[in-house]
Design a protein around this ligand. Structure first.
Ligand code: ZN
Length: 246
């Protein structure tokens, strides 16, 4: 005696078992999909947060003599220095034998040295372009009088791959009348430095590591970088952005 109305046939019990199972499987697999998506999202989020909160990686600065562990900071600096690529050979021009700079620096550098000379200042270039290989040699093998360890030395000379000199846009200046101040803080007392401080900007040269610079690199009154072209400005944009944020 069945009193089933057509409506009652929609009753769950009336749905064949196979279809019921299929429906519940669909619900389970949908739940599983949400769970999986949630897990993937959570994992990605965790990775993203930890990469941004903590230094990206530990790198081992090593040579035959010593190993130094250093961290790349979240803005990409190693021991205070930004990474820089090496200028291609085609882009280098000789200032004098064994001394090269980026071709776009050549003109303003010559003009600046001539302007200094016309005022009795012997502005000499004591370092220009350095290949990453040469930087490696300087960083590890340079027997400093102070016998610095690599981390200490990074404050006066960047690790390989992190030197502005690799771009060809950085120039170290000396005073031809006071060579004992080459690469020394006492260079700031020379006529050449005083002249640079007043005039370098006219020729698009900027002091890279002034006293108490935001990068935490030692004061280098001799080290100037050229920012007179779009290409040069682009190279130093990360450093300038950090300086502006100060
Ligand atoms: Zn330098």
């Amino acid at each position: 005696m069945s009193s089933e109305s057509p409506k009652d046939s929609n009753n769950f019990d009336e749905i064949p078992l196979a279809r019921r199972l299929a429906a519940s499987r669909r619900i389970t697999s949908a739940r599983f999909r949400y769970f999986l998506l949630g897990s993937i999202f959570l994992t990605l989020f965790t990775v993203f947060v930890s990469f941004n909160l903590f230094p990206k990686q530990d790198i081992l600065l090593s040579s035959s003599k010593r190993n130094v562990k250093a961290k790349i900071s979240k803005d990409g600096l190693l021991l205070g220095h930004f990474p820089y690529k090496e200028a291609s050979k085609d882009n280098l021009r000789s200032v004098y034998p064994g001394m090269e700079v980026h071709k776009s620096v050549e003109n303003d550098l010559a003009k600046m040295r001539a302007a200094a000379a016309s005022q009795g200042i012997q502005l000499i270039v004591i370092s220009g372009f350095r290949s990453i290989a040469l930087q490696r040699q300087i960083f590890y093998e340079n027997k400093s009088a102070r016998n610095q360890i690599a981390i200490e030395r990074a404050r006066v000379s960047a690790p390989p791959g992190y030197s502005e000199h690799s771009t060809g846009f950085a120039v170290d200046f000396g005073d031809g009348s006071m060579r004992s101040t080459d690469f020394e803080e006492s260079f700031e007392k020379t006529p050449a430095f005083l002249w640079l401080r007043r005039n370098a900007a006219k020729f698009h040269f900027v002091l890279s590591f002034p006293k108490n610079n935001i990068q935490g690199v030692s004061y280098e009154p001799w080290h100037w970088r050229y920012e007179g072209t779009v290409e040069a400005l682009k190279e130093f944009e990360p450093a300038n952005r950090k300086r502006r944020r100060k």
